[in-house]
Ligand binder design. Structure first.
Ligand code: HEM
Length: 415
């Protein structure tokens, strides 16, 4: 490995390093072994400690009174974080579940939680299967070649989440563009513009759309998640416009690129590991385990951050109140201390204690939904797929936050 620990650490603050997974994992392996809590000082970023071991990430997430999501829940360039702080001080910034700590977090999370429980999932299953069938049928229409990432993987999860929210299908293309602009912020192909102002303009567009939705659902409540959010009361009061809009934004955005990256990355992993694909075809009962392995393999959420609410010590490294740590989920999910042969893609891996959905009080609200979507798509696709191969080089999103394969050219035969 021809890199120093400092170089390895700085890769975590460089969106482009996530487009080369082999090199990224070399860096993460080095950090796990030699500097599991490492101070990163990268140009354009405020300093942070990179935490790369599975056990340390779990311990931090478990201790949610010491380690807070506010004021720095995700990594951004210093200019962007500064603007976000200023906007928060003026009460005009996005404040979603990931920006909150208890007691507020618990109360606000409870508003949406019922919509992600097993009963709600069972009610939604038919719609998800229908969408899965629609997208596999569409693959048949493409005539044996497509960019699976842009033509299938990107659409399907967004349409599932928008169905859950209860939005009309005619609005789906607009939401697709906005969520991509929001999450693909660092990638030249998807971002609206380079500046922090451009990124905030995307948020403002989201807000405008969802403000109208709130008004409509308050006037005429319907049986969907959007109505539950619009009509929720905390201490007898409805949520403010900004809190309502923030809720929609977190659902629409968190439920989208995460799952679509895993759909594309999951198929890519099966193509790259034909023995595993054959094994899954022979024994479809392995699909639930295979889905978890795809999620571990892809780990579409690259990081969340926590900030110390008191002075503390992590692996002999003193961390002061107000300093931040970056939890590297891709690193946790290749940790040799936890996974046997972590760099092997094994669709029968059991147990699979990956941290792709995080851990503790912020554990992904949509984890059961994401798994259901992945199962539905592969349950529909695999029995109909006679053959599949790469038809070009895949490409990865440049992002330090959420992403994965953004282009996956494939050639295939469908029954
Ligand atoms: C939070 C991953 C799909 C909604 C999170 C977190 C991670 C994550 C790592 C932060 C957890 C933490 O801080 O400990 C993923 C992955 C997905 C996925 C890997 C797909 C494979 C979804 C879907 C939804 C969703 C489909 C549906 C709406 C949320 C929400 C939160 C969240 C609302 C915030 C929870 C909180 O702060 O209390 N997700 N997610 N996610 N996710 Fe997901």
């Amino acid at each position: 490995m021809n890199m120093t620990i400092e170089q390895a650490g700085r890769m975590l603050a460089d969106a482009v390093s996530y487009t080369d997974e082999r090199r990224l994992h070399d860096a993460l392996t080095l950090l796990r072994r030699q500097a599991p809590v490492h101070l990163v000082q990268a140009p354009e970023y405020d300093p942070f400690y990179a935490v790369t071991r599975h056990a340390d990430i779990m311990a931090i997430e478990r201790d949610h009174t010491l380690w807070l999501n506010e004021p720095r829940p995700i990594l951004g360039k210093a200019a962007f974080e500064k603007l976000a702080r200023e906007q928060a001080a003026q009460g005009i910034a996005l404040k979603t579940l990931v920006h909150m700590d208890d007691p507020q977090h618990r109360v606000i999370r409870a508003i949406g939680a019922d919509w992600f429980r097993p009963k709600a999932m069972r009610d939604l299953e038919g719609r998800v299967q229908e969408l899965a069938r629609r997208y596999v049928d569409r693959m048949a229409e493409f005539g044996g070649e497509c960019d699976f990432a842009t033509q299938v993987a990107v659409h399907y999860p967004l349409y599932v989440i928008l169905s859950l929210l209860g939005l009309p299908e005619s609005d789906f293309p607009r939401m697709l563009k906005l969520t991509q602009e929001l999450f693909g912020g660092a990638d030249a192909e998807t971002r609206r513009g380079e500046s922090a102002e451009d990124q905030f303009a995307v948020l403002l567009d989201f807000f405008a759309y969802f403000q109208d939705l709130t008004a409509a659902r308050r006037a005429h409540p319907t049986e969907d998640l959007a109505s539950a959010i619009a009509n929720a009361r905390v201490d007898g009061e409805p949520l403010s416009d900004i809190d309502t809009a923030s809720y929609y934004v977190i659902i629409a955005s968190a439920g989208h690129d995460t799952t679509s990256s895993t759909v594309a990355g999951g198929l890519h992993a099966l193509i790259e590991h034909p023995a595993q694909l054959a094994r899954l075809r022979e024994d479809p009962g392995l699909l639930p385990l295979a889905v978890d392995e795809m999620i571990r393999w892809v780990t579409p959420v690259k990081e969340f951050m926590r900030t110390a609410s008191a002075d503390t010590i992590l692996h002999d490294v003193p961390i002061k109140k107000g300093e931040s740590v970056l939890l590297s989920y891709p690193s946790a999910n290749r940790d040799e201390e936890v996974f046997t042969d972590p760099f092997a893609f094994d669709i029968g891996r059991d147990p699979n204690r990956h941290l792709a959905f995080g851990f503790g009080v912020h554990y992904c609200l949509g984890a059961a939904l994401a798994k259901m979507e992945l199962k539905a798509l592969f349950a529909e696709l695999l029995p109909r797929l006679e053959s599949v191969e790469l038809a070009g080089e895949p490409e990865w999103t440049a992002t330090t936050f959420v992403g994965g394969i953004k282009h996956l050219p494939i050639r295939y035969k469908l029954r």
